[in-house]
Structure formats: C-alpha cells, structure tokens
Design a protein around this ligand. Sequence first.
Ligand code: GLU
Ligand code: MG
Length: 467
Amino acid sequence: MTPLADPVPGGRPGDVERATALAGELAGRGVHGVVLAYVDTAGIGRVKTVPVAKLPAAAAWGVGMSPVFDTFLADDSIVTTDVLGSPDGDLRLYPDLGRLAVLSGQPGWAWAPVDRITQEGERHPGCGRTFLRRIVADAEQHHGLTFKAAVEIEWAVGRASAPEGEFEPAVSGPAYGATRQVELSDFTADLLAACAAQGLDVDQLHPEYAAGQFEISVGALDPVAAADRSLLVRQTVRAVAGRHGLRVSFAPAVLAEGVGNGGHVHLSAWREGTNLHTGGEGRYGMTAEAESFTAGLLARLPALTAVTAPSPASYLRLRPSQWAGVFTAWGRETRETALRVVTGTLGLRDRAANLEVKPVDLAANPYLALGCLIAAGLDGIASSAPLPEETTGDPARLDEAEASARGVRRLPTSLAEAVTAFRGDELLRAALGPVLADAVIAVREGEIAAVAGLDDEQVAAAYRWRY
Ligand code: GLU
Ligand code: MG
C-alpha cells in the first residue's frame, strides 16, 4: 500500500470533501468530537480534539499545536535542542481520514492519527509519523521493498480504587490462567466487542505472566497502519477498562521486580508481494535478503534500544530470563534472544513468516521504533550482511567464551548505555534526520536526569501511570 501523501495547506486532494461527508455521517452516529492523536519523542500519546463540525476545517488547514511537545519528557517537563523545545512557533496537525475510527469505548468520540506540517506547508522534521511514512516510501521506491508489521500490546490491569499512584492487580489468578479470564470476563468481552466495532483485527487476547497482565495481538499491516493501530488499541483498552472501574498501565515495568510489559514488534520484508522470510534457500526458509535484514537489525540492536526501549523504566524490564530478549542473538521460536525467527505453521508460512523484535516496549514511539528498525534492516540488505549462527535456549546460560565466540552481547543495561550506542550510530541518526535524532538524545538525557538518585521502586512508580 502506498503511504499517504504529505498534508498540504488547503488539504490533501479530496480530503475536504471526504471530511465534510464524514462529519455528517459521524454526527448522525452520535459522535461529537474527534481526537487527533500523535506520540511525542518520550512515547507519550498526546492529543488535541475538535468538534465534529470542525473536521472539514481540520482536513483543510490542520489544527494548531506547538512543536514544544517534541521535547516533552514523560513527566511533562521540557528539554531543548538547537531546534526544538522553544515556546515559539506553531505546527498544523492533519488527521489521516483513512484511519478515522469511531471509538466504541468512548461514546461520542472518534479518533484519527495525525501528520504534522509547518505553517509554511513543509514537513515537520520532528514528526515521527512523517518519518516512518518517508522510510516506507523510500524503501519501496529505491529498493522495491514493502513491509508488514504488528505491535503486540501487553498491559497490567489494576483497580481504579487503589490508593493514589499504587498498583493493585485486578486479578489474582495464575499466569495465563483460566481464573484470570473469568475474573475479567466482562471487561475483556467488552474490549473484544469494541475492537471489532472499530475494525481492529484482533488475533488473540490472553492473560499474561505478570501480576494483572494481559495481552492483545493484532494482525499485520503496513508499518504506518501498524503504528496507528497500536495507538488505537491502547486508547481502546484504556477506555473500556475505565468503564469497568479498572486502570491500565502499558509502562515497561509496572513494578520494579518481575516480568514487564513488552511491545514486541513483528516485522517482515516483502518484494513484489512475496514474503522474503519464507521459501528461500537460507536458514528456516529465509531468503538471502531476509537473513541480511535480520543481520542488519542484530548489528544495531544496542543503538536501537535508545528508540525501542526509551524510558529509564525500560531497563527494569530488559533483564535476562524474563522473555524480553536482552541478548544480541537470534533463534527460531526462541523467546530469550532479541530476535525470534517466526516461521509460522506449515500451510501458513507465505503469510505468517516474520521476525519478532523483543527488546521493544510501549514507551517507544511506534513510528520512530518501526522506522529505525526498518532502516537497520535495510542497511543489512544493502550491505548483504551475513547472519551469524543461531542461538537456542537462554543466552544467559552461555559462558563468557562461548557468548563472545558467537558475538552474543548483553543489550544496554541502562538508558545511558543505550544513548551512548545511539550517539555512535550514524546510520540511525541519519535515517531520523538531525532534528529527530537530537530530540531522541535530549529527551533520553532528560529522562536520565529526571530519575537521578531514584531507586528501582521509585523509577517504576515514576512511569507507572504515564504510559
Ligand atoms: N512480558 C514479556 C516482555 O516483557 C513478554 C512475554 C511474552 O513472550 O509474550 O517482553
Ligand atoms: Mg506476551
């Protein structure tokens, strides 16, 4: 699918007419307002809203919003770069009408993701969605490659009645347990109904491992749509939960100890409609290009974590033997390597084969994360990067000599280490462009400073209800 064109002052061709028709239709369905959604560099979803009657104006001229949000931290304080973080200037937010959804969990509201341009009609270099659209368009134009992606969503369900700031799991049953499914039967049934009504193609919904934890997985789409969908799923989970007296957290580590919330990314590269991760001569049916794509990602994982695991709390989750994939290794269906080669079941492989990237959480801006993952994989293809040997079992059990012989390294153990790796990765910084790359560094350094002196419990608490 060709990514949507950039917004232009006056509206993308046909958008004003479409918005006018939509506004009438939405009003007829009892919708009063449209949420215009984007994600900042710290991975916090931020919004503006317009009354339904103003949707055509938003499609024509966008909605104003300061660029200062690009350097907001998760606690709403502000850092600066050479370009961003000043109180000056204004951007225009343009809804993608093709992704507009009527929110079942929030009666009276519709939702749409936005792209941001300047008042002069130029791309805003800090816009993550525009960045991902450009990466995807360039890959198609220059390499003949398209991608499919899906973001898994894990979250913890707590009681809204818990004391301020605290997390009280809303279920007491065992991990993956039938008990948990029964305990939250009404919430989860309403959630599935809301997802279906919104056209969200849910594959599975299940109780997960950690206290109060659940997960939704959804079908793969082009990367921009997959990122949009990950936002909409979270908006829906939160809203439906609220109607059941529940409070949800997508934070990487709701508690300092134990398994965290992942946002594993499933990614596959395609050429002329054919999935490159199956039917090839390489390992497990990978084509040579899929092997190199995997190798490209593997090589850059330490730097990528600054984008895919962007919070100090991310490093409470990124610990060995907790299924978060903290070693630079790959394996077929291996849950402890950072990259899991998913072949799919016989009969489904042409559709299902993909690469799962585990060291990703839901504090990540999904547009930045997907764009950087694709840029790393593309570099692997362009350089015909060789894929090292497979690792099976838990890499944490490898002794030092064996790990080093295999090139298996521990991913950064702190956000500071990740930022150092990111600073040293010219390819990723160039892919993002200087404005976004500097924003990533400034925001991460701001987060590091914000938690200086806090212990693990305090770090978990600081981010628990921000995501
Ligand atoms: N919760 C784990 C994580 O933080 C993932 C569990 C799973 O494999 O689904 O990544
Ligand atoms: Mg899971």
